[in-house]
Design a protein around this ligand. Structure first.
Ligand code: HEM
Length: 439
């Protein structure tokens, strides 16, 4: 047990503060903080910080939610979640199409990987990481007005993550410290939590180093600028194209409520960043466009998204792009070659009429209430079977598993799913060409 100046035992909260004091001071005097105070910090540094924190909080909050350790669970509360605030801030900056910083995006992924591995090894590590991020809410009281001044932000615009009410934030911090101090931790366990906080602070310091200053070549337009969880694939530099892609993703999301019901907010972010990547293909040769779309379609199909989703997504995308920049119509319309390719393949296996009939009979089997609550599900079930027949992926089994989960759906629904699958399998013609020719 660590002791204070007069030999008294330090609480775990005091140990954490003492052990990370120097690292915290280094962050406060870092070039990032200096540039911020001088109103010289580039907006890229702030937005890249928000994106990195998004990736980190997402991983940490997921690990905390799923943690079975009783001591960790006694400290973590759902209302400590800060991911929704980061999401709000990123949505605020989305239309400005701020470039990402490559090294910061990489560093965030590294921290997320570190949290994943270390919390699996020893869940108590999570308490060290949580201390660092929860403690930053105290500093945020000071930081929010500085960021607001530096970037001319008003109210909570782009500042939700840093926003807090005084004295509520201090009350919350005090209660958090009480929960920490009430833990029964032996000497080794306390040392482990403190070590975890120190290690985490070291990662935060590295992050701040790459956030500012940065080299010009670190500025990248990649999918992480739209969706921090995405990989390092390119997205358009033209903000009008990005906006059109995001809009197309949102329309597709509305067309297929299945996407929201199954994949949630995270799925929406991927739909948007994938649409932005698809936009970059418009500048390519038709054969490359078709090949790349088939590739992405296969990846998504493997995760339970039948090809009709990609087909509709592309059609929406061309509409929104042409609306945004009509003079590039001929370039954007090249993307329709890829949607037509998917449509043609589907029609080789089942006619549109048969698809409509099967979808309608699914809707009447589940009844108007469920059909309204889960629209277009019959169509997706049939299209999943067609994808199987076309050798795209084993989509039907993936969709079946989700759609026949008794925790989610009533028995009449599950019976209708099984029956529609069987009918679709009967009616869809087998592949005319070898699957490998398509995928
Ligand atoms: C320029 C940047 C920062 C400033 C000006 C700042 C400022 C502050 C201030 C004024 C406090 C309250 C100290 C006290 O009451 O004793 C504090 C606490 C804290 N900050 Fe920061 N902070 C900054 C960055 C950060 C960062 C990036 C993190 C980590 C992600 C962080 C983590 C913490 C923690 C863990 C505490 C709680 C310390 C404790 O009482 O145990 N801070 N910060």
């Amino acid at each position: 047990m660590k002791t204070g100046l007069f030999g008294q035992e330090l609480t775990i909260a005091e140990q954490l503060k003492a052990a990370t004091f120097v690292a915290h001071a280094r962050i406060q005097t870092s070039p990032f903080s200096q540039a911020l105070v001088d109103c010289q910090l580039p907006l890229e540094s702030y937005v890249a910080q928000l994106r990195a924190l998004f990736v980190i909080h997402e991983e940490l909050e997921r690990a905390l939610d799923n943690c079975r350790d009783e001591r960790v669970a006694s400290v973590w509360r759902g209302d400590m979640r800060r991911l929704p605030r980061l999401q709000k801030d990123l949505e605020y900056f989305q239309p400005r199409m701020v470039a990402d910083l490559k090294e910061a995006a990489d560093a965030a992924q590294q921290v997320a990987g570190f949290i994943r591995t270390k919390s699996a090894e020893q869940p108590l590590n999570l308490l060290g990481y949580l201390y660092v991020l929860e403690g930053s809410t105290i500093g945020a009281v000071v930081l929010k007005p500085i960021f607001a001044r530096a970037f001319l932000l008003v109210g909570q615009e782009g500042l939700s993550y840093l926003h807090s009410e005084v004295p509520a934030v201090h009350v919350r911090w005090g209660q958090y410290q009480q929960r920490m101090n009430a833990l029964r931790l032996n000497k080794e366990e306390s040392a482990l939590v403190v070590h975890a906080a120190k290690e985490f602070f070291a990662y935060v310091e590295t992050l701040f180093q790459v956030l500012y200053p940065f080299k010009p070549e670190s500025r990248v337009f990649q999918a992480t600028s739209i969706n921090p969880d995405a990989g390092q694939y390119p997205v358009p530099k033209d903000p009008r194209e990005v906006e059109a892609a995001v809009k197309a993703g949102d329309i597709c999301w509305e067309r297929f409520p299945y996407l929201k019901q199954r994949y949630g907010e995270r799925g929406l972010r991927f739909t948007r960043s994938d649409a932005a990547w698809l936009t970059t293909l418009a500048g390519c040769d038709p054969s490359l466009i078709i090949g790349q779309v088939r590739w992405l379609n296969r990846v998504l199909a493997g995760r339970g998204m039948p090809s009709i989703v990609m087909q509709v997504q592309l059609e929406m995308l061309v509409d929104t792009l042409v609306d945004a920049i009509p003079e590039r119509r001929s370039q954007y319309e090249k993307l329709l070659l890829a949607s037509a390719d998917l449509l043609k393949l589907r029609r080789q296996h089942l006619s549109d009429e048969a698809l409509l009939t099967l979808s309608a009979s699914f809707d009447s089997a589940v009844g108007p209430e469920l059909a309204a609550k889960f629209p277009r599900m019959g169509e997706l079930i049939v299209c999943a079977v067609i994808d199987d027949q076309a050798g795209i992926e084993t989509v039907a089994e993936n969709v079946r598993q989700w759609m026949t989960d008794a925790a989610r759906f009533p028995s009449e629904w599950i019976r209708a799913v099984e029956s529609t699958l069987a009918q679709a399998r009967q009616q869809a013609h087998p592949a005319k060409s070898a699957p490998s020719e398509h995928v």
